[in-house]
Write a protein that binds this ligand. Structure first.
Ligand SMILES: [Zn+2]
Length: 221
């Protein structure tokens, strides 16, 4: 049996199991899509939002790319922000980084001319910006710290985004959170850099402030 056939068979077994336990399971979700969370995460196959948080279909709008980036002006993130905030009225955005991230490793250690290297260029710039804090760390710690700095930078980008600011100016509730997934333990950790109102800081100062906060290891419950 080929790989696709194996997957199709697993799907059949899973769908039958779900329908057996709850006959309305699929029909309940068939015509309703009203997610309450936007998840911005990495493409890493270990970091799937629904599995990490054990949520039902329809609860989380997910957007994933290499190293969970939301670069200003990049068309895919711009369209997801429009969809999430203007169509669905989502009021919770989670940016999730993770430990042992290949995208972050590429940014810190990779070189050469390739689409992947170009994609992680903004993270390389962040690495240079925080070189003083990162240079003394051994490799694994450096990559994981850089992952947290990267999450903080994406939270700052979102907090500075015109559509997000407009929501806040209109008095809408909207929270932007930064979290890290520990692939070694399964823990989802709050970086405690959440934003829920326009910052009084310039965009670059907000990024520096959140990134500096995110350098510290997050608390574990
Ligand atoms: Zn990753």
């Amino acid at each position: 049996m080929g790989s696709l056939q194996k997957l199709l068979k697993r799907n059949k077994v899973k769908a039958a199991y779900k329908a057996c336990r709850d006959p309305e399971y699929f029909s309940r979700h068939a015509n309703v899509h009203k997610p309450t969370y936007l998840w911005i995460g990495c493409v890493d196959s270990r970091v799937a939002a629904e599995r990490i948080m054990d949520v039902e279909p329809g609860e989380i709008l997910t957007f994933r790319n290499i190293a969970n980036q939301c670069q200003p002006g990049e068309s895919s993130i711009e369209s997801v922000i429009e969809l999430a905030l203007e169509k669905f009225g989502i009021d919770q955005i989670l940016v999730c980084g993770h430990y042992d991230c290949g995208g972050i490793t590429q940014a810190v250690c990779g070189h050469g001319d390739s689409p992947l290297n170009s994609w992680v260029d903004p993270i390389r710039d962040l690495h240079s910006q925080f070189a003083k804090e990162l240079d003394s760390l051994e490799k694994e710690n450096k990559i994981n710290t850089m992952s947290r700095i990267n999450v903080a930078a994406q939270v700052a980008h979102l907090a500075s985004h015109p559509v997000v600011k407009q929501c806040w100016e209109q008095g809408r509730k909207l929270e932007v959170h930064g979290v890290m997934f520990d692939t070694g333990t399964g823990d989802l950790l709050d970086l405690e850099i959440s934003q829920s109102a326009p910052s009084t800081l310039e965009d670059s100062a907000l990024l520096e402030k959140l990134a500096t906060q995110a350098i510290a290891e997050p608390a574990r419950a």
